[in-house]
Design a binder for this molecule. Sequence first.
Ligand code: 3PG
Ligand code: MG
Length: 396
Amino acid sequence: MKTIDHINFNSKKALIRVDFNVPLNKDLKITDDTRICAALPTINKIVSEGGSIILMSHLGRPKNGYEDKFSLKHIVNYLSEKLNIKVKFAHNCIGEEVTKIASQLKNGEVLLLENLRFHSEEKTGDKTFAERLSKLADIYVNDAFGTAHRTHASTSIIANFFHDKKCFGYVMANEITNLEKVVNEGERPITAIMGGAKVSSKITIINKLMDKVDKIIIGGGMSYTFAKALGGNVGNSLVEDDKIDFALSLISQAKENGVELLVPIDSLNADAFSNNANTNVSEIDNIQDGWMGLDISEKTKKNYRKAILSSKTIFWNGPMGVFEMDKFSGGTKYIAEAIADATSRGSFSLVGGGDSVAAVKKFNLQDKVTYVSTGGGAMLEYLEGKELPGIKAINS
Ligand code: 3PG
Ligand code: MG
């Protein structure tokens, strides 16, 4: 794997694709800086070696050109503070003015370009656009793991213009190393904990994991589709009726593959989707009409903890319940703590995906798991065994 450690950046201009697609609140303040902090070591290393840096990223999904709320200008000051360098900002990512600012960059200086997606050519992977970006620098560094599953101009196409002058940054290198510890080098037993609202968004990954892991733990909203598939009454719980057959096929596929598939036994139910709702507990296959399951309950928690503590490799994606509401955060917290305990006893644990990362942070356990991924979709596609375009472009 060719990384920034294999290149000398002294007096060179590095064009780094980062993933600064961070959540901003209504006041345009950053609410989770994980992705920015993750990129700092790469930037610092190149600066300390005497190189200059041009950072490029997307932010959000702008529809048609400039939209103020998606401007990367909102993160310049924050980035400057974190780097302890006054970061320059260009109000576009291509064009005469950008070329001029980039060419005048001195060693040790950092320039952030405006959101790449203000140009539709970014997402279409336009060659001319990629070439124009490439002209800004000597070396291309891809450190945007979160966007590595996109065949965009700045993540993939651009690499063609750098021949041997391209490499991975530390975020990419760390992600690949740690994900390999789950998919190809995982010590057994390997357990995947899959949560989240819908079976439909996790179908491919659960399917693919069947060949790779020993246990799959199911939680979150999709549990109720499984419970209904097994003949249960799930009241008003979220169910994807068109995924019932799929849930059944997963259950039989697990049997065939000798994978232990754990589904919830009991459920914490509410009479409304609200933190102020009345609650009761029932077996998951016996939820009263008018009630909906919003979290796992005690028997399931204990069961899952036991499975987690007996695993050597643990991968977690997706919450166990509606953890954003305190009343229904208990299951997710309990599982996060079980993963932390297993980690302290020597297991390898990797957490990824927006909601699960938000959950470990909410419970302040981010330092008690082995690795927190900066990727959502990219991480899942990697685990599915796909070759990500952003990785392929550097390797080829
Ligand atoms: C993400 O947050 O998933 C990445 O930054 C990629 O963004 P996208 O899903 O809009 O391509
Ligand atoms: Mg995404």
